[in-house]
Design a protein around this ligand. Sequence first.
Ligand code: SAM
Length: 237
Amino acid sequence: MTDKHAAAPDEMAPRRNFYGRRHGRPLRDSRKKLMESLLPRITVTVTPGKVIDPASLFPAPLKEYWLEIGFGGGEHLAAQAGAHRDVGLIGCEIFLNGIASALSHIEAEALENVRIYPEDVRDLLPALKPQSFDKIFLLFPDPWHKARHASRRFVNQANLDIVASLLKPGAEFRIGSDDPVYIGWALAHTTRHPSFKWLAEKSSDWLVRPDDWPPSRYEQKAIRQGRVPHYFRFERV
Ligand SMILES: C[S@@+](CC[C@H](N)C(=O)[O-])C[C@H]1O[C@@H](n2cnc3c(N)ncnc32)[C@H](O)[C@@H]1O
């Protein structure tokens, strides 16, 4: 266990700013109820100094553990959880309305294998047990395409170091994006990172969503609006 992983969030300096949205329209009553009843039962809590083993979040051991960063409305998270009931999924999202939407999928599809971190994912990542995940998804992250906002992008050296440390050897990191600036940025950072190998077999691979990669809301919106989603798979070497 490295010191970095044992560190409690409040020991990590400095506290980072969050630039996205936390709230949208008022929630309808059924979703408010889910936030009050279902969310507390499946929330992942970060406790200073305590390492979180994903296996400890579920009543019985599961085959694998997967992590989704910024799941938006939870469409991909729920589809993966429904298709792989023997896998434990941790979904992270800070936008309240997105969390409520994911809860409605979790309830409707009786998904027992999902846990939610409803805060800034950057506080959770250092608390998670190293080498405990088989897949990590970062789908259509906020692109912050202006150069002066580049420091807000999730993909950077430090976050890639943490993502690499959480994946088992041979495990997979997936990034989706429709933003030309972010695509170039993410690819440049990930391909020059020593822990990741890009799993592109031919030059058109990244334009076709793999069969085991369910659509997400932003991906569908991008397609409707004429943008071209790109799908990247990296192996943790
Ligand atoms: C552009 S949306 C994409 C959502 C979803 N992955 C999809 O493809 O439909 C990016 C999401 O990441 C979430 N997000 C951004 N920064 C975050 C953070 N630090 N912690 C948790 N969620 C974050 C945002 O709230 C937003 O819902």
